[in-house]
Ligand binder design. Structure first.
Ligand SMILES: NC(=O)c1ccc[n+]([C@@H]2O[C@H](COP(=O)([O-])OP(=O)(O)OC[C@H]3O[C@@H](n4cnc5c(N)ncnc54)[C@H](OP(=O)(O)O)[C@@H]3O)[C@@H](O)[C@H]2O)c1
Length: 361
């Protein structure tokens, strides 16, 4: 029987761990309160599944004590900013997984996994199904999307993971190129995410405003330019025709893009508030924006390209999360947001060479 250890029991860790346990795998999850107690008491409830799914729950990897540590899969389901610490824990406790699956949105966690466990063992997953956790131990998967899976190095074999999930009705796409998959997922994640968090607006509200919609398009074009220059292809992901999105962003005239694409983007996002807005509302000092818009800006600068919109979004949201800026600065104030964005892309005073001024909001 496949042995799976899930590090991080939030929405994604519980959902995927629950599905794999349901498929017959021997699943252990490392959980923190308040999920820990709920999972120990009654297992995982996935809405739509016929019954609660029991699984083994640890509060610390030390509880593995004398057991073998050679899991078939180690699934890393913490947020991006918690990956480094979770990997350090995994290494310290002597885990020897055959494969490690990293599921974070944004860019970079796959490199940390490869450093910790080696590139041959590293698999990258992009989850395109929105999963909410309305109460500890209770998962509410959205109706659309699935999982895309790619090895970090070519020809890596993902064993029976995809068959197990597909047998439960989850669409799984196996891809050869993890960079294409991650960047294509990033194109989906970045739409109406950082801007909604900064402005405290819903996706529908944001995308109904023509000027704010224009900002989203500029941010997407910056990302697409980086992908083009790095020869990273846009690929479709389960439930999401990302190539059609990229074509529309590149080629639709503005007059058509706003009514057609804006509505499509808003419906694609559904009613779940964007993840960065949820993080900010939860009072987290860190969000994943640095691995999303921030990573695009860094990669652009490495390639000698400009990405002022992504740079502004990453800096502004990080400053809000760290409370260096009051949330009232931009809350429901698109005019202030647009003014600061325009100012952040201007050449610095006295910078005759045309260099860019500091992106601070
Ligand atoms: N939810 C979705 O719909 C969705 C969809 C696609 C992709 N993703 C991506 O999947 C990743 C996970 O997202 P999520 O929504 O599942 O996040 P989440 O609900 O915040 O779950 C992460 C869990 O990991 C725990 N954790 C953090 N560090 C840990 C450690 N060292 N040991 C044990 N537990 C630890 C956290 O505990 P604390 O809260 O106590 O820190 C939290 O319970 C993110 O990168 C996200 O972008 C999510």
């Amino acid at each position: 029987m496949a042995r799976v250890l899930v590090l991080g029991a939030g929405a994604i860790g519980q959902w995927l761990g629950g599905l794999l346990a349901w498929s017959g795998a021997e699943v252990t999850v490392l959980a923190r309160p308040p999920h820990l107690e709920a999972l120990r008491a009654k297992g995982i409830r996935i809405e739509g599944a016929p019954e609660d799914i029991p699984l083994r729950v640890l509060s610390s990897l030390e509880e593995l004590s004398g057991e073998t540590r050679d899991f078939d899969w180690l699934i890393l389901a913490v947020k991006t900013f918690a990956v480094e610490a979770a990997l350090a824990q995994a290494r310290e406790s002597g885990l020897e997984p055959t494969r490690v699956l990293t599921l974070q949105n944004g860019l970079g966690s796959e490199d940390l996994v490869a450093q910790a466990f080696g590139p041959e063992r590293t698999f990258v997953g992009s989850v395109t199904r929105a999963v909410a956790c309305p109460a500890p131990g209770v998962l509410r998967p959205g109706p659309r999307g699935g999982l895309a899976l790619a090895p970090l190095v070519p020809r890596g074999q993902s064993g029976d993971l995809s068959e197990r999930l597909e047998a439960l009705g989850l669409p799984v796409t196996l891809l050869a190129d993890s960079a294409s998959m991650k960047w294509s997922k990033l194109l989906l994640n970045m739409v109406a995410n950082a801007s909604c968090a900064i402005l405290d607006l819903t996706c529908r509200q944001l995308l109904a405003d023509r000027a704010l919609f224009g900002v989203e398009i500029r941010a997407l074009l910056e990302a697409l330019r980086v992908m083009e220059q790095s020869r990273i292809a846009v690929v479709d992901l389960p439930g999401y025709p990302v190539r059609a999105l990229a074509r529309a962003v590149r080629w639709l005239p503005e007059a058509l893009a706003f009514p057609l694409l804006g509505r499509k983007m808003a419906s694609g996002r559904g009613d779940k508030p964007p993840s960065l807005l949820l993080d900010l509302r939860a009072g987290r000092a860190r969000t994943e924006v640095d691995w999303m818009n921030g990573a695009i800006a860094r990669e652009a600068s490495r390639l000698g390209l400009e990405a002022p919109v992504n740079r502004f979004l990453a800096h502004t949201l990080s400053a809000l999360a760290r409370r260096e800026l009051s949330q009232e600065t931009f809350r429901h104030r698109p005019e202030v947001f647009l003014e600061r964005l325009a100012a952040s892309a201007l050449p610095a005073k006295g910078d005759a060479e045309g260099g860019r001024r500091s992106p601070e909001p």
